[in-house]
Design a protein. Structure first.
Length: 215
């Protein structure tokens, strides 16, 4: 998944960037995260680092981000050890108004050790709105439905959603400050032993702050 995102963004940005018709931003991010597998009482929290890349050509835009998190058991958790998670997300969007876009993409999260938490992947379908709240400052709200999710431990999800709030502020020249918050709720159900379905929802929040350079 991550290789596909990189190739897609390279195809989108490389030729047009040479012609100076594309706006590209790239930069590192620091993240704070929490992760819960609600029914089993597994709760984790931790920190991590990652990066984000975006490109725009007229009404078409693309984004990709990756973050690697180190998550430890939270107070009161049933978990006895932590794990690391690598999360990759990508979107392609098209502006339908001066303040809104429709978008599609994917998310892929892998856990290490593999069976300490659920690895999952899903297709993103949704929309985002963006508003300029001041000179050089833009706020973004995103709502995505996570379709066709797949889990390392099996199961399915009838309804899953990912909500995001972001802020981009031009600090000086081409240097931008970025911040974001994402909330993800996956209504996973499992059928252990074929005895009947039980709820096994997954919930994650990730807050990020970073800088980006406009190229």
């Amino acid at each position: 998944m991550s290789r596909a995102a990189g190739v897609a963004l390279l195809v989108i940005t490389a030729p047009a960037a040479t012609a100076q018709r594309v706006t590209v931003t790239v930069g590192p991010q620091f993240a704070l995260a929490s992760y819960r597998e609600v029914a089993s009482g597994l709760r984790y929290q931790g920190t991590g680092f990652g990066g984000a890349l975006s490109a725009r050509y007229r009404k078409l835009s693309a984004e990709a981000g990756v973050v690697r998190l180190t998550l430890d058991p939270a107070t009161g958790s049933a978990a006895t050890s932590g794990f690391t998670a690598t999360e990759v997300s990508a979107w392609v969007a098209y502006d339908v108004a001066t303040y809104a876009s429709v978008e599609a993409g994917f998310i892929r999260r892998t856990a290490d050790p593999e069976f300490d938490a659920q690895s999952m992947g899903a297709v993103r379908i949704g929309a985002r709105s963006f508003y300029e709240i001041g000179p050089g400052a833009t706020v973004v709200f995103r709502a995505n439905y996570l379709a066709a999710p797949k889990f390392s431990g099996g199961g399915h999800a009838g309804f899953s959603i990912d909500l995001g709030l972001g802020l981009d502020v031009r600090l000086a020249g081409r240097l931008h400050g970025t911040a974001g918050y994402a909330f993800q709720r996956i209504s996973r159900k499992t059928n252990p032993g074929g005895t009947g379905e039980i709820d096994a929802p997954i919930q994650e929040t990730v807050a990020r702050v970073g800088v980006a350079l406009a190229l």
